[in-house]
Design a protein around this ligand. Sequence first.
Ligand SMILES: NC(=O)c1ccc[n+]([C@@H]2O[C@H](COP(=O)([O-])OP(=O)(O)OC[C@H]3O[C@@H](n4cnc5c(N)ncnc54)[C@H](OP(=O)(O)O)[C@@H]3O)[C@@H](O)[C@H]2O)c1
Length: 178
Amino acid sequence: MQTSRNKAQAGHHGAGDGMITLVVARDRNGAIGKDGGIPWHLPGDLKMFQRETTGGALIMGRHTWESLPAKPLNRRLNIVVTSRPDTAKLICETVGEAVRLAEAEGYFRIYGIGGAGIYRDMLPLADRLLVTEVETAVENADTFFPEFDEEEWQETTRATAAGDPGYAVRELIRKRGG
Ligand SMILES: NC(=O)c1ccc[n+]([C@@H]2O[C@H](COP(=O)([O-])OP(=O)(O)OC[C@H]3O[C@@H](n4cnc5c(N)ncnc54)[C@H](OP(=O)(O)O)[C@@H]3O)[C@@H](O)[C@H]2O)c1
């Protein structure tokens, strides 16, 4: 098991021993959003998100927070990264600060749940990715998951699901040296 010291040496957050997971659903081109919303409706994937993240801490950007139909997401610590103090009960100005807050609150499972700026800044800190690959190509999408090197990650599970569109949920764990 990695210690926080090892993580820091490896260039990771090093603030504690929390497991950082990014959860994302993207299309074939990496699109995650359009016009402030998610451009597909996949109840099975939402159920997976709910089951996976319950009891954990969520870190999200202001637009994602604003797009939630019901907030906060219950039975989870909701942290919003924003420069606007009145946005939510628990806010931070940076992703690093949000991770430290989640750890200080005693959370071990910490989830980056979007959007693009959150994924970009949390990717170097992440231990694990839960990527739903949605079998579609959204026209005029405006928000994208950052590109990443698949070679740095090991796929541990891949579960395909029927849906409209169909999709596959992949779990990727960061390869560590040694
Ligand atoms: N498919 C998926 O899995 C998925 C998941 C989440 C969201 N989405 C979609 O993605 C879109 C929203 O994403 P978005 O990229 O437009 O917005 P976002 O990341 O949710 O929110 C952007 C705002 O959050 C703050 N912020 C985000 N990252 C930051 C960082 N690293 N450091 C400091 N502040 C940061 C800033 O707030 P201030 O301006 O207040 O400073 C920024 O203006 C929507 O369409 C949503 O439905 C899709």
